[in-house]
Design a protein. Structure first.
Length: 270
């Protein structure tokens, strides 16, 4: 079930096959890959946006997720209720989330611009400005998936031993010192798992961006997933789209192996 689509996509990447082609796919060797890596500026731009979207989005989500986990790890009135509210974004369907954020970020009737205009007298083209639209997608992704980092971090916090904290308190350590020298080092393996899952998922993001912007304006929010989709199902060049997906697969696998290695190294250091 998994091997056949991968092998068949890899095979198509060495052909120039299209759905309208007559007969078997024509073998062209490395031509698709050479064109992608040397002559396709749109591919390189989509690759850069994909990496930027992933690095910035996951980085922000990690900081916010750990911060929220530290807050919700403490006892306070209504903790269960607020924790449930924060987790609701994870269970909503991506298309529904995208449609809601389209209305929020609309340049004319969006609530976000209404508030900005009322407070500061400015209007921002969240989905219309090429220099801003990718950051708008990062905002939506962060809103949806920060609770995922929070949830995993909460599970890690609940499993930490209390003895090191008791010793640190006796020695007069502050809360900040205990976080940097005790909590964070002990949470590192858990955070590596959370970062690995979120990085892989962010690299593969498609539905949110496709519904909200379709990769626009002028390809400013187009990632590798959207570019491969456009080449395959708008231009019907399945061979070239398969080459994009093959390189995309190598990228995702490389990121996965990097995080696995980092997690093993972190576990050995502890």
């Amino acid at each position: 079930m998994m091997a056949f689509p991968i092998v068949y996509t890899l095979y198509l990447s060495f052909t120039n096959w299209t759905p309208t082609s007559l007969g078997s796919p024509k073998w062209i060797g490395l031509a698709n890959y050479i064109k992608l890596l040397t002559a396709d500026e749109r591919f390189m731009n989509a690759l850069g946006r994909t990496l930027l979207f992933t690095i910035v989005g996951v980085g922000v989500q990690c900081v916010l997720g750990v911060g929220l986990a530290l807050i919700f790890n403490r006892e306070f009135a209504g903790r269960g209720f607020f924790r449930t509210i924060f987790l609701m974004s994870m269970v909503a369907t991506p298309v529904a989330i995208a449609l809601v954020w389209m209305m929020i970020l609309d340049i004319n009737s969006g609530i976000l611009n209404y508030l900005l205009n009322a407070v500061a007298g400015i209007t921002v083209g969240w989905l219309n400005d090429r220099s801003i639209v990718l950051w708008s997608m990062v905002l939506v992704d962060t809103w949806q998936w920060t609770p995922f980092i929070m949830l995993i971090t909460l599970a890690g916090l609940s499993a930490l031993p209390v003895e090191p904290y008791e010793s640190a308190q006796i020695d007069g350590a502050s809360s900040a010192q205990m976080f940097w020298h005790l909590t964070l080092p002990m949470l590192r393996p858990v955070l590596m798992v959370a970062l690995m899952f979120r990085s892989i998922d962010a690299l593969k993001t498609f539905d949110i961006i496709y519904v909200i912007t379709g990769g626009g304006p002028a390809y400013a929010s187009e990632t590798l997933n959207l570019y491969a989709y456009a080449v395959g199902f708008s231009y019907f060049n399945m061979g070239y789209a398969s080459a994009i997906l093959a390189l995309y697969f190598i990228l995702v696998m490389g990121v996965s192996l990097m995080f696995i290695r980092l997690r093993r190294t972190t576990a050995e250091m502890m």
